[in-house]
Write a protein that binds this ligand. Structure first.
Ligand SMILES: [Mn+2]
Length: 318
């Protein structure tokens, strides 16, 4: 991968650099920002990371995550802004205001849909921002160490679903292999990134799977949660992340549907498929949208009515 030499030169001549990652950061956003902070400090730059969201506690294993700022409280002056893993400016939330005040900007990203909002943009359609950053670090001539390698590995693993999604290439594995030459605690990373559950989450899953039902000769599978289930367990809406995957891999199932009540009689509906159906078309009939394999919509009604409405639409697709 060829990195724009203007990007390398700009970083080298800057003194005080602000890094920006997107709101509700994932492993790639945090991994790339924290890796870059280590790299820049290694070459004598002053550097802060900004993120609008409070960083979830389960990222405590990223060693410098605590220094991530939400606001520029000391009104520090920066000469360079670098946005990482932000497909468009809106993804930075309130922090975009600070980004705009800094005289020069760089963007490093890997998203297909992309807004080239910085002065210099390096966008490569690869597994993760950390994959692009690996080459940036290389061209900056900075040697990796345990901390940098750990952060980059988190980004690669996170965005590829632990090297299982089809954005995983031989190149991704080659970089991972180089990173594993350093002291990386992959057990810890995989635990926090993929395995860890709270008791509330597991109790919610227990209730959710207890509501399993099928329609149209088992081609459509449903699970659901009501508002009272969240009250009972003390779990939050975000705790349902990934639940739909439990039913999308049933061998007979073409459409998997997860319904989660957000307000009385208002359901957030997630549609998944193993690839034989375009679920974005099903979501669109309910005013929602998404991708071929994963889509969503909001639907009003009681649980029985909503499931019947969805089944009626699915008849034309399965
Ligand atoms: Mn990413």
């Amino acid at each position: 991968m060829k990195i724009n030499s203007d990007i390398i030169d700009t970083i080298k001549k800057s003194k005080c650099i602000a890094l920006f990652c997107h709101t509700k950061p994932d492993g790639d956003a945090l991994g790339s920002s924290c890796a870059m902070k280590y790299v820049l400090e290694k070459i004598g730059k002053e550097c802060d990371i900004y993120c609008e969201s409070k960083i979830p506690e389960h990222y405590c294993y990223i060693s410098n995550y605590k220094c991530i700022k939400q606001t520029n409280d000391k009104n520090k002056k920066y000469d360079l802004a670098i946005a990482l893993d932000c497909s468009d400016k809106k993804r930075m939330g309130e922090c975009a205001k600070l980004f705009d005040k800094i005289p020069f900007s760089i963007k490093i990203d890997h998203h297909k849909t992309n807004e080239q909002f910085a002065n210099l943009n390096q966008v490569e359609i690869v597994s993760s921002t950390c994959e692009v950053l690996y080459y940036v670090i290389n061209q900056l001539g900075v040697e990796l160490d345990d901390n940098i390698a750990t952060c980059l590995y988190i980004g690669l693993a996170s965005d590829t679903g632990c090297f299982m999604h089809d954005n995983t290439t031989s190149n991704t594995h080659e970089i991972a292999s180089k990173l594993l030459e350093y002291n990386i605690d992959i057990n810890k990373i995989h635990y926090y990134e993929f395995k860890r559950r709270t008791r509330a989450q597991l109790e919610l899953l227990h209730i959710c799977l207890g509501n399993l039902s099928f329609a149209l000769d088992d081609k459509v599978a449903f699970i659901h949660l009501k508002l009272t289930d969240f009250e009972k367990t003390g779990a939050e809406q975000s705790d349902t992340l990934g639940f739909v995957n439990y039913i999308s891999n049933v061998d007979t199932t073409k459409v998997a549907v997860m319904l989660s009540e957000e307000k009385p009689n208002l359901f957030a509906v997630s549609f998944r498929t193993n690839g034989t159906v375009d679920v974005s078309k099903i979501a669109e009939t309910f005013g929602g949208g998404g991708h071929k394999m994963a889509a969503g919509a909001k639907i009003f009604g009681g649980i029985t009515t909503v499931k019947k409405k969805i089944t009626d639409v699915c008849k034309d697709f399965v």
